[in-house]
Design a binder for this molecule. Structure first.
Ligand SMILES: [Zn+2]
Length: 439
């Protein structure tokens, strides 16, 4: 059996008024049976009878239907519990595929994945999103085309995409993204919907990193997770009881613009002063590093070689013990750690995961955060707390994009709509509308 897949990360479902018709009930129970096997909550027909409360006959009918549609298949015999051995059922993750893209300020990753979010093939590219929405989206589309050619997996069932700025989740619009000039009000979803006959879900980058890490991270933990990303920007996301906390419009966790200093020279890209990002983000370190570059022979050489300093170069210098690089990173680590300690006190997560470009500077950041949190937070908060680095080698965001798309496709209402066709292909417009109504 594959790893467990959360089935509750999609937007909440609308209540259906009145009594559903018999075919609607049949589609809903078929959807339920498929989802129970998909999420690992039931693996055999007898278990499905127990979990659903449906009759044995009804379960047999639904399972036969799911087998015929190619969404489930028979697996091994389950270990005997005294009586006749039941055959296990398996969700066919390869029945369809998803496209996912994870966009950063200066790079993006695109991937083709199966229906459980396992990456089949991926493509990574350095790309500055400040070139604007149209060229960026065209570049992502061309990456999808290359991947489709490579894998033979052309028409996706759905697309998930993460952007490094505030995304209004219901509409897929970016709203005043500080590190993406020219993107304000741009609808990533509308652009992709014009080019693909597939439903599209767009989310903030840190939300998808948290979703990917919570589902596929190692070690798998099922407890509430606070994820903090420190890269070009700074953001946080909270997964609680398997659900992402998005807030009212999708902006929950946007901690980069928390006020942390009254220093008037700490001017932030968002237009305010004193924000955490202004004093602790990747772009603030590039600014300081460029200004003080002559203090480090190593960074001076790097600047001469490539014409500009990069976060990668500063991170590598820190790993090798460069004094300026370490000083700049340590100062920022302490500032971010103080803010994280407040968040940990507020939401009492079981796991605190740290991710983003900061991990390329070695393990110091994780150590500073861990000791600050333990010093600042109540013992009840810290006694069971695990603090660790993200575990998926910077793939958690793109994996999260696939998981977002699959959880939206397999949420009960949309799944009931397409399940009897065996695939959501051809249903994109309705699925997108159902999703918008329930967001
Ligand atoms: Zn700001």
């Amino acid at each position: 059996m594959g790893r467990p897949v959360p089935i509750s990360t999609a937007p909440r479902q609308e209540q259906t008024a009145g009594f559903p018709s018999v075919p609607a009930l049949e589609a809903a129970s078929l959807a339920l049976v498929i989802n129970l096997v998909r999420s690992g909550r039931a693996a055999t027909r007898p278990e499905l009878v127990t979990v659903t409360g449906l009759s044995r006959k009804a379960v047999t009918q639904r399972v036969d239907q799911a087998l015929a549609l190619g969404l489930l298949e028979d697996g091994e015999l389950a270990p005997s519990s005294g009586g006749r051995q039941a055959r296990t059922l398996r969700f066919r993750a390869e029945a369809g595929h998803l496209y996912s893209a994870f966009v950063g300020a200066s790079e993006f990753t695109a991937a083709v994945m199966d229906l459980t979010g396992t990456v089949v093939a991926s493509h990574h590219e350095d790309w500055a999103t400040d070139t604007g929405p149209e060229p960026t989206m065209r570049q992502i589309r061309s990456a999808f085309t290359t991947l489709a050619r490579k894998t033979g997996l052309g028409r996706p069932w759905a697309i998930g995409i993460g952007m490094p700025g505030p995304v209004e989740f219901a509409t897929g619009h970016l709203v005043a993204p500080p590190i993406m000039p020219g993107w304000d009000g741009f609808s990533v979803r509308s652009w992709l919907r014009e080019h693909y006959d597939a439903p599209v879900w767009v989310d903030n980058d840190v939300n998808l990193m948290a979703l990917g890490e919570w589902t596929a991270g190692v070690p798998h933990d099922g407890r509430d997770m606070l994820f903090v990303k420190v890269g070009t920007g700074i953001g946080a996301a909270l997964v609680t009881r398997g659900r992402l906390l998005r807030g009212d419009r999708g902006a929950a966790g946007d901690i980069g613009h928390t006020h942390v200093t009254d220093d008037p020279s700490a001017v932030c890209r968002c237009g305010l002063t004193g924000c955490l990002e202004a004093v602790a983000s990747g772009w603030s370190i590039l600014e300081e590093g460029t200004r003080r570059v002559e203090e480090s022979a190593r960074l001076t050489a790097s600047l001469r070689r490539t014409g500009r300093l990069t976060l990668g170069a500063i991170g590598a210098a820190a790993v090798d013990g460069d004094r300026l690089a370490l000083e700049m990173i340590d100062k920022r680590s302490r500032l971010v750690a103080e803010v994280i300690a407040n968040l940990v006190n507020f939401c009492n997560p079981g796991v605190l995961v740290l991710g983003g470009g900061i991990l390329r500077t070695g393990s110091r950041f994780v150590d500073v955060v861990s000791s600050t949190v333990h010093a600042r937070c109540n013992r009840l908060v810290t006694s069971g707390l695990t603090v660790r680095a993200a575990s998926l080698d910077h793939f958690e965001g793109v994996i999260g994009g696939g998981l977002l798309a699959s959880s939206a496709l397999f949420a009960t209402t949309p799944l009931s709509h397409w399940v009897e066709s065996g695939s959501p292909l051809g249903h994109a417009t309705t699925l997108q509308r159902l999703s918008e109504e329930s967001a």
